[in-house]
Design a binder for this molecule. Sequence first.
Ligand SMILES: [Zn+2]
Ligand SMILES: [Zn+2]
Length: 107
Amino acid sequence: MTDISCPTCRTDEHLTGEPNEGLIRLTCSACGLTWDRDPSPRCRRCDSTDVVAVPQAAWDKARGSQLSVSYITVVHLCPHCDTDLLRRQRQTNSPLPPDVNPAASEG
Ligand SMILES: [Zn+2]
Ligand SMILES: [Zn+2]
């Protein structure tokens, strides 16, 4: 598999991978990102396998009410269904904002 690259720094030369419960755990030694790669990701909406891995910030489960974006996860966007999101991510070249602010649903 040579089509894997780091979602944040785009390198494909500093990656190590090891099997992890059906996924592949990848570590980028260039930027320190660790993520699980689904060997066969699919679009949630159209079931296409033609998806692109992009980084997404994730909220830490904070103590108290303070939230911080403390780690990066990887999501798969579909060029057909997530066109705007994908374009925005490409333009900014920074992680997508988290989907849900967990504080918003609490009291
Ligand atoms: Zn990297
Ligand atoms: Zn789709």
